[in-house]
Design a protein around this ligand. Structure first.
Ligand code: NAG
Ligand code: NAG
Ligand code: NAG
Ligand code: NAG
Ligand code: NAG
Ligand code: FE2
Length: 444
């Protein structure tokens, strides 16, 4: 009797497999990222069943070029042990300023056809970027507008400054899958560059690390890349807050960051990428009321950890002449006057952002998520230049070595621009009181 039941089950299993009525080898959750080389694009996607190969077929008018990559089994840490294969393929030596079409998959199933446009050569590229954090799968207020604008070709890249899906590991990582499908209509068309937020923490950030292919690989959260006149550095502020994973990630990141900043300031580099931009999830300053670390005077990331203030980032970034610091986490938009150690260092009273004497910070964490919006204190501190609770996101256009333009889009006000500003710099490098000014491009 037992034998017969086993036979029946086996034959059911095989007939299912042979008729193939459950196809779990078709790509989904397709997204792009910049690669290690300027002319690289990395394509990442998931399949729930294994495929022998991971392929991207692409070209200018047709799909005649074939690139091969690898796949890796990712098992979520939840009780469901939800598993999927995450495929990555790097497209090398792409032509500048060229529109490519592509699809991805294998002989067991192909995606729809998507497209992306490669940037012009770095020297003439004026990147236009959308920036936001804290985008959930529920109440994803800004998503539709971002999908539309991206597909109209408005952006060269997206910076998602931490906190995805709320949370990617929820419901045995089904929420992560759902979120990655939701952003596909953005992320399959432009590089979707990220940093981790507190909502990514579960199981040692594994959903974040495995799903997003960032430049230094899944085991090291920080990386940097160039976009025209911008040197963009993405860091994890979470290494300061989740010390349950040890202090090593924090120390390694700090050492890497210092090296990257020194390298960015070599005259030959800072000349090409004069704007050094840092993005991380949790702000050093905020005027919110929620009691988050940024509402306190001595933010961990700003002054460092323990009584001895080890590995503080504010001084490091100031000393290396970082121009711009982009944060999220607070579900609001807030722009600060140039600031260092709680003090405002305007360029001049009339033009605070023309040759500012300290980094310019803003926080853009209002893309929309199920936790809603945050509130502000009244009155806000003197360093707070503008604040809004509207859902929305930031646009940034890097014109050249001297001019950056920003605007804040309100989704509540149907795409209206509620704030805009220029940051203008005649030269880049250390600030007047930067300790290591002599290392910087300023010297010449
Ligand atoms: C970057 O480009 C160089 C030259 O084409 C090549 O040798 C190298 O392997 C590339 N690196 C990656 C990570 O693709
Ligand atoms: C967390 O992940 C990092 C990166 O893979 C690894 O180096 C570290 O050992 C992990 N820590 C723990 C506590 O699992
Ligand atoms: C925070 O620092 C400012 C400026 O140094 C000071 O005026 C204020 O009292 C401090 N607040 C707290 C809560 O320590
Ligand atoms: C910085 O500039 C703004 C705008 O002109 C002004 O309101 C603010 O008082 C200035 N702050 C300082 C410390 O000069
Ligand atoms: C840089 O861009 C700004 C804004 O478009 C423009 O006014 C300025 O002339 C440009 N500078 C150079 C050197 O091209
Ligand atoms: Fe957050």
């Amino acid at each position: 009797m037992m034998f017969e039941i086993k036979d029946l089950l086996l034959s059911l299993f095989f007939s299912n497999a042979l008729t193939g009525d459950i196809v779990l080898t078709r790509p989904e959750q397709i997204h792009l990222a910049f690669g290690q080389n300027d002319s690289d694009i990395v394509v990442t996607w998931s399949t729930f069943d294994k495929t022998e190969t991971s392929l991207v077929e692409y070209g200018i008018d047709d799909l005649t070029v074939r690139a091969k990559g690898t796949s890796k089994l990712f098992v979520d840490g939840g009780s469901g042990k939800h598993s999927q294969y995450i495929h990555t393929v790097t497209l090398n030596n792409l032509l500048p300023d060229t529109k490519y079409i592509y699809h991805c998959g294998s002989d067991l199933g192909w995606s729809d056809i998507f497209w992306f446009k490669t940037p012009p050569v770095q020297e003439i590229w004026q990147p236009h970027i959308a920036i936001y954090g804290d985008l959930g799968n529920e109440n994803a207020q800004s998503l539709a507008r971002l999908q539309e604008e991206t597909q109209r070709g408005m952006y060269d890249a997206i910076l998602h400054v931490g906190d995805f899906a709320y949370d990617m590991d929820s419901e045995n990582a089904e929420i992560g899958d759902e979120f990655m499908r939701q952003i596909e209509s953005i992320a399959a068309y432009v590089p979707y560059m990220t940093c981790p937020g507190n909502h990514e923490e579960k199981y040692n950030f594994s959903n974040y690390r495995e799903r997003f292919s960032m430049i230094n690989g899944p085991d090291f959260p920080a990386f940097s890349f160039n976009m025209g006149p911008l040197h963009v550095i993405s860091i994890s502020t979470e290494v300061y807050y989740f010390l349950n994973y040890g202090i090593k990630p924090l120390v390694l990141q700090y050492e890497w960051l210092e090296k990257d900043l020194i390298k960015a300031n070599l005259p030959e580099n800072r000349e090409k990428q004069p704007w050094v931009v840092v993005m991380g999830h949790r702000p050093m300053y905020c005027s919110n009321t929620d009691g988050d670390d940024c509402t306190k005077n001595e933010t961990l990331t700003r002054v460092g950890i323990s009584f001895f203030h080890f590995f503080g980032l504010e001084k490091l970034l100031y000393d290396h002449g970082v121009d711009l610091e982009i944060w999220a986490h607070e579900h609001t938009y807030e722009r600060l006057w140039p600031i260092y150690n709680h003090k405002v260092y305007n360029g001049s009273l009339e033009y605070p952002y023309t040759n500012p004497n300290a980094p310019v910070h803003f926080t853009t964490g209002s893309a929309g998520c199920k936790e809603g919006r945050d509130n502000f204190v009244h009155p806000r501190p003197e360093w707070s230049a503008f604040a809004s609770r509207d859902y929305g996101y930031t646009r940034m256009k890097a014109y050249n070595a001297t001019h950056l333009y920003f605007e804040q889009v309100s989704d509540d006000k149907h795409g209206a621009i509620i704030d805009s500003f220029w940051v203008i710099k005649d030269s880049h490098g250390g600030y007047p009181n930067s300790v290591i000014k002599e290392r910087n491009g300023d010297k010449k």
